[in-house]
Design a protein around this ligand. Sequence first.
Ligand code: HEC
Ligand code: HEC
Length: 205
Amino acid sequence: MAYKTLTKAIMIAGLALGVSAAASAADKKLMMGASTSMLANNCQGCHGTNGASVGPASPTIAGLSKDYFIEVMEGFADGEVKSTIMGRIAKGYNKKEIEQLADHYAGLPFVKAIQTFDPSQVKKGAKLHDKYCEKCHAEGGNSAEDDAGVLAGQWTQWVKWSMDDFQAGHREAPKKMNKKVKKMLSKEGSAGIDALLNYYASQQK
Ligand code: HEC
Ligand code: HEC
């Protein structure tokens, strides 16, 4: 299904580009006026209706802060944030459209994923979060206001993947975050990351 949706997304992105390239002055109004719901239609196949992704393959995008949303979309487009799919998709939108999408999704509620986790890891994860992450991922990773994404109730696959990419240097984390993650890893090893992931996944309400 992912492949099919991907093909569809690329077709849609291609169509949009074709349209703008061919647009004459008379079409300008149409070109500039892509409504937000039209733009967001292209995201639903993977990110769910209203940005609440129903499966682990795509993160939930509703309820992220506007600033973070724009930053990560621009990161996808210029390759600074590693991606399988979003790089190609993000390139299909101009600055104004990305801002439109960011406004739209920032205004929708983040819906937490219902997913499996290891209950025996949750307490440890919560402790590690408080010590190393809470400062910038406030309210147990629930707050969007830090402009750092949302961790609580996000699909684990994406959170884990992001952590892997930060550590491998495929995505740049803030220096202070790198420092905290390193410190945490030197004390806890990768079991610390596991505990954190289980803590975030345990937050389903
Ligand atoms: C074909 C499936 C697909 C489509 C269509 C799609 N996305 Fe994504 N999106 C993903 C996947 C998968 C990821 C994880 C990064 C990656 O591998 O590309 C992602 C990641 C994201 C993220 C990062 C979330 C975070 O917490 O950091 C944002 C923001 C996003 N997408 C926005 C959008 C928007 C806006 C659209 C529509 C214009 C869209 N996506 C269309 C699959 C898709
Ligand atoms: C000094 C502040 C700071 C600290 C401490 C910090 N982070 Fe972050 N984190 C950020 C910022 C800012 C971003 C957004 C980076 C970007 O725009 O790419 C981020 C992004 C992330 C992301 C990616 C979110 C997404 O949706 O893609 C994950 C996962 C993450 N942090 C996990 C952690 C964990 C786990 C800890 C504790 C071990 C931690 N962070 C500590 C500031 C921090």
